[in-house]
Design a protein around this ligand. Structure first.
Ligand SMILES: Cc1cc2nc3c(=O)[nH]c(=O)nc-3n(C[C@H](O)[C@H](O)[C@H](O)COP(=O)(O)OP(=O)(O)OC[C@H]3O[C@@H](n4cnc5c(N)ncnc54)[C@H](O)[C@@H]3O)c2cc1C
Length: 636
């Protein structure tokens, strides 16, 4: 048995429990032993790249060997033990720990999985991250099971931050935030990746700005995690994903060096590719790949408004290769790094564009008592260019009514009582004690009150007969509080079960919502399962959280079966399976439902260009390697 002593003299930063982290120890051996399946590696990948033959051969020959050694390292984790010492020798200053209780803390995030790492690193700064990448890169030849998985606040829902090797906790120390900078072309803010979203938001508020793609988890997640997941939220209906707000990223690539990545003109790209370093090679190879496969890349772009699946090669060269070569548009690798879940490099600094806060807005609330009306109301609301169209279900509303204490810590004291009064009055008086199937929230600009009134009338006619314009601030707050709390509230439905995040990221075109909902309802009935539902109605994006008992041995196979059937249903209605929570462990094996083989090979080629030694977070986005059934958590 190897030593589990903390190698570093500094005490590690203990992770604060996220909303659902169980205090109980996860059952042993869940993942460390079993998740290390040999990877289906990139033999095919190479075919899609422009790599010279010699390199292709080298790549193919190392892959199977790597998978074979993974199993050996599991029995005798020499490589990991060695890395602890190598890191110190290289001058790593942060915490390097294999303390058992710390490893348990990092074995879960907000996903349905439990996978124990072998080492936790808490880098002090960028230099430590560079040392970690370089040191691991040098050892993967000898110990192919070594890898490095960045982790921030651990609120991800797809298992992106979980690993059976080395976890790199970015959020322990890299939390710096600069003051916002306002110039002629707008406001930007620069921060380290571990900065909490709420702290960056507070800084931006001082100049009356905000980051529009804010996720519902903005109070508990970091900027780096949001970039790496390409997060999105209510205002993404108008303002897009996180990637749309990135001005530049400092990224540590596989050579252990950090480069500033930002959109480049053709001239700048040509100048860069003449240089001799990792970033130059990556830029050249990705550009060549897109040039060679432009048609496949363009066709692969998902049709839904939101997408976090795969590597969005279609967003890198704009508007087209031909126009770009003529000097129009940009080549933008930040588009690939955003949403890459730490699989192609480590973000160590980000500069983000911010937007002035919209103060002059109107909220229309629509209780829908008949499921079929939800779709037509959403479609009608979209005619009026809303900032957001959000939705929560009757279960969420019921749980809010039954659990007033839930909101105590979330709202200031006086406001708390006013908000509760508003909630109960709405239910007892306005709704006649009947909970709506769904509540829709539609935010419009108030620039023209005539348009707002017109929208209200049209929504009423389209099935939202009881739609109302909310003018009272407390009532507004009440509805938004319930919407934002919907996931966490669903945990209170039955504490012997847990809302399971695996069907939670499907999106369909809004006009297909009615039929999609009906099909999902049928499936839930077939499986005899309750599910909390909320989401971003305007994007046709719904978070279904089935309530499951993770202590039951029947749950892991059920998850696999349901994922298969529900994801197929989303695709049937021209939808996708991954709107904003990213692929992680749960969706990577299902990407073949969204993308053809040629496209999947291109994704694998991209990952290989950025990460030739496969250091960064293997098994996510491409080459799935975690057995879903065996990696599922065993506690609620
Ligand atoms: C209650 C709740 C509500 C949520 N609502 C939303 C929502 O509305 N919209 C949404 O998009 N998501 C939502 N999420 C999911 C999640 O909170 C977000 O995606 C969040 O932005 C992840 O940030 P994090 O700091 O927790 O990252 P983590 O979970 O720690 O990491 C996420 C991924 O990023 C990678 N990563 C982290 N840091 C870096 C780095 N510096 N460099 C490279 N890779 C890195 C990790 O390896 C991992 O793959 C929600 C989650 C919860 C629990």
């Amino acid at each position: 048995m190897r030593s589990l002593a903390v190698v570093d003299a500094d005490a590690p930063v203990r992770r604060k429990p996220t909303a659902t982290r169980s205090k109980k120890r996860a059952r042993k051996k869940t993942a460390t032993k079993k998740a290390a399946r040999p990877k289906r590696r990139a033999t095919k990948t190479v075919k899609a790249t422009n790599k010279p033959a010699s390199r292709a051969v080298r790549t193919q020959s190392t892959r199977p060997k790597k998978a074979a050694v993974v199993a050996a390292v599991k029995r005798e984790p020499l490589g990991h033990l060695l890395v602890e010492h190598k890191l110190r020798d290289a001058g790593f200053r942060g915490v390097v720990s294999s303390d058992k209780s710390l490893l348990e803390e990092y074995a879960t995030d907000e996903s349905i999985f439990n996978i124990k790492p072998q080492i936790v690193l808490q880098p002090k700064d960028q230099r430590d991250i560079e040392i970690a990448v370089k040191t691991l890169g040098a050892e993967t030849g000898r110990f192919p099971s070594l890898s490095l998985t960045p982790r921030a606040a651990g609120t991800g829902l797809s298992g992106g931050s979980l690993t059976d090797s080395v976890v790199l906790d970015i959020a322990a120390h890299l939390t710096g935030i600069n003051e916002p900078v306002t110039k002629g072309d707008g406001t930007t803010i620069t921060c380290e990746p571990g900065a909490m979203w709420r702290d960056v938001e507070a800084q931006l508020k001082t100049v009356d700005c905000y980051l529009p793609p804010f996720p519902a988890s903005k109070d508990i997640c970091t900027i780096g995690g949001a970039i790496a997941n390409n997060a999105a939220g209510p205002d993404s209906l108008r303002h897009g994903h996180m990637a749309d707000w990135v001005a530049s990223l400092d990224v540590t690539f596989h050579d252990g060096k950090t480069y500033t990545v930002k959109p480049l003109s053709y001239k700048e790209l040509r100048a860069l590719t003449k240089k001799k370093h990792a970033y130059a090679t990556i830029a050249k190879e990705v550009f060549d790949l897109i040039v060679k496969h432009e048609e496949t890349v363009t066709k692969a772009k998902p049709k839904t408004a939101k997408n976090s699946a795969g590597y969005p090669l279609w967003d890198v060269v704009s508007p087209s290769v031909k126009a770009f070569k003529r000097g129009v548009g940009t080549f933008d690798l930040t588009r690939l790094i955003s949403g890459s879940q730490g699989t192609i490099g480590v973000v160590v600094r980000a500069t983000l564009r911010a937007q002035p806060i919209a103060h002059d807005t109107s909220l229309i609330v629509i209780p829908v008592f008949n499921l079929a009306d939800a779709s037509s109301v959403v479609v009608e609301a979209l005619q009026y260019d809303p900032i957001n169209v959000e939705i929560f279900d009757g279960l969420t509303y019921d749980l809010a009514l039954k659990n007033p204490d839930f909101f105590k810590d979330r709202i200031s004291r006086v406001r708390y009582y006013q908000t509760l009064l508003s909630m109960y009055t709405t239910y007892h008086v306005r709704y006649g004690r009947r909970t709506p199937d769904f509540t829709l929230l539609v935010t419009l600009d108030t620039r023209d009150m005539g348009v707002v009134r017109e929208a209200l009338a049209a929504i009423r006619e389209s099935g939202g007969a009881r739609a109302r314009l909310i003018t009272n601030d407390t009532e507004k707050e009440m509805f938004w509080q319930i919407r934002r709390a919907s996931y966490t509230l669903s945990k209170l439905k039955d504490t012997s079960r847990r809302p399971a995040a695996f069907l939670e990221d499907m999106t369909v075109p809004p006009e297909n919502l009615g039929q999609f909902f009906a099909a999902i309802k049928k499936l839930l009935k077939k499986y005899k399962i309750d599910a909390a539902v909320h989401g971003h109605g305007g994007n046709g994006h719904f978070h279904f959280y089935p309530l499951l008992d993770f202590t039951s041995p029947a749950t892991p196979p059920l998850i696999e079966k349901m994922a298969e059937e529900f994801f197929t249903t989303a695709i049937k209605f021209q939808g996708n399976i991954c709107g904003e929570h990213n692929d992680g462990i749960i969706r990577t094996p299902h990407l073949n439902k969204m993308f053809n083989k040629k496209t999947l090979d291109l994704f694998a080629a991209v990952e290989h260009i950025f990460d030739p030694q496969d250091i960064f977070n293997p098994g996510k986005k491409v080459n799935p390697r975690f057995d879903i059934k065996e990696s599922v958590r065993k506690t609620n």
